[in-house]
Design a protein around this ligand. Structure first.
Ligand code: HEC
Length: 428
């Protein structure tokens, strides 16, 4: 399956590679220890849920690898974990199970809070689990078959966020099925997130309903992968794939933030292919279920603006992941399957959405949905003054690209499970 925090799918595969002893220790003390120490109680939590991002040379502001690294941040850590702002994961924990879910249990939060309240004691060095061998730059999956480098984008030393968009031709002279996609930023700390799209190519399907609105009507344009802080490669399960067309290009949509230095960023994307001639059974399709432009007219001050929109499942499909997309006023998005029997299955409830983190939620047990199912999305926007991110609670807010405008899109990846020839279907 697709590993993520992309958020490919934003993959937090890093969290999956942990020693099993860590996982065991995390569940062994449900109530949390009375006198927690860093080495025995806190470090295992940091290894499992924080260090994927908080280590040297990443986009996170500080390392949480050693006691010396973490100790000065005690208060901030307690505050962020109690508010469930860290780790960045915004799902209602009672709905859906996801790959690489780094979120903390109540007992883990209590342990961290108590450790800070008790003066953040180090504890016995002998209690510490072995350090995690985090990758230190370079391709995690080994040298890719095809590496494309984004045209240069300038990151200013002073200005805030920037959203440049650049394109590079794949140079492919024949269609290739992808085995994995890996994104490698040159200056990790400044790439807040990045979405890559495949665009055009020989035989590309014309723009159609359900294409990603960010494609702006381009032929054969489809989201391929998504890198967020702490992200890791997307690997497609055996027999599943994405298709990269001959003559297609890759578009890089960046969200960059300044780290006080000026940089020229060239992010690399690495593709690994299935062998030539191999046709995977299941082709993964990216779709965007959108509220539509007309549905979003959010009056000033309204705290709970609700929109309901849907997509009908034409052929049996297996749903791989779900990534809600809204802007500053987005606060919640749910995804339900209304089965042909009328039964409603809650798939996801991202009830603390924040636009700062574009998390892709990858299902642990991808649900298979019969033809005739309706995928129903409900989005909620908060245009009141109580929403701390709201740039202007007196504005009537409508659909638009800028963060001060709004959107409501459910990005999904799926594959059809009925027999098919993926390539011909893709080109209909
Ligand atoms: C997916 C990556 C990621 C994970 C996982 C993560 N963090 Fe963070 N964290 C960040 C980034 C990036 C920032 C900087 C602020 C921002 O971009 O929101 C941050 C900010 C923070 C801050 C605020 C620092 C400041 O400047 O005041 C604290 C405290 C923190 N994280 C603690 C944690 C803890 C504790 C965990 C694990 C329980 C954790 N984080 C997991 C990426 C991550």
């Amino acid at each position: 399956m697709i590993a993520r925090y992309s958020f490919g799918m934003l993959a937090l595969l890093v969290f999956a590679g942990l020693p099993s002893a860590v996982a065991q220790e995390r569940t062994a003390t449900p109530a949390g220890p009375k006198e927690p120490t860093f080495t025995r109680d806190v470090l295992p939590i940091f290894q499992a849920s924080c260090q994927g991002c908080h280590r040297s040379n990443t986009s996170a502001p500080m390392s949480l690898v050693t006691y010396e690294d973490a100790r000065p941040w005690g208060r901030a850590i307690k505050q962020k974990v109690m508010a469930r702002e860290m780790p960045p994961w915004f799902s209602n924990r009672s709905v859906g199970e996801y790959e690489d879910d780094p979120s903390l249990t109540d007992a883990e939060i209590a342990t961290i809070a108590k450790w800070v309240d008790n003066g953040a004691p180090r504890g016995n060095l002998a209690d510490a689990p072995p350090p995690v061998a985090w990758p230190s730059g370079g391709w995690r999956l080994g040298e890719p078959d095809l590496v494309l480098t984004s045209p240069p984008v300038q990151v200013s030393a002073v200005s805030g966020d920037a959203f440049p968009e650049v394109e590079v031709p794949t140079g492919l002279t024949e269609d290739r099925y992808l085995r994995s996609i890996e994104i490698l930023p040159e200056h990790d700390p400044v790439v807040h997130h990045l979405v890559i799209f495949s665009v055009g190519g020989v035989g590309a399907a014309p723009a159609q309903a359900g294409d990603d609105p960010r494609c702006a009507g381009g032929a054969g344009c489809s989201k391929l992968a998504n890198l967020a802080k702490g992200g890791s490669p997307d690997t497609f399960a055996e027999g599943t794939s994405r298709l990269l067309l001959k003559g297609s290009s890759i578009r890089f949509q960046y969200h960059l933030n300044s780290n006080g230095k000026s940089h020229v960023e060239h992010t690399k994307v690495g593709f690994r292919f299935y062998p030539k001639g191999y046709v995977p059974k299941n082709l993964i399709v990216a779709k965007a279920i959108s509220s539509g432009v007309a549905a979003l007219v959010i009056p000033p001050g309204v705290a709970d603006y609700k929109s309901v929109f849907s997509m009908k499942v034409e052929r049996e499909m297996t749903l791989v992941d779900f990534q809600p997309h809204m802007h500053y006023r987005g606060k919640r998005m749910t995804l339900d399957a209304i089965l042909p029997s009328g039964q409603i299955q809650a798939l996801s409830d991202i009830d603390r959405f924040t636009q700062h983190w574009q998390v892709n939620y990858v299902y642990k047990d991808p649900p298979t949905l019969p033809a005739g199912t309706v995928l129903r999305v409900t989005s909620y926007h908060d245009n009141s003054a109580a929403n701390k991110l709201n740039p202007d609670p007196t504005a009537v807010v409508t659909w638009g690209e800028r963060s001060v405008d709004e959107m409501a899109i459910a990005h999904i990846d799926y594959y059809e499970t009925s027999p098919q020839t993926p390539k011909s279907r893709d080109r209909q």
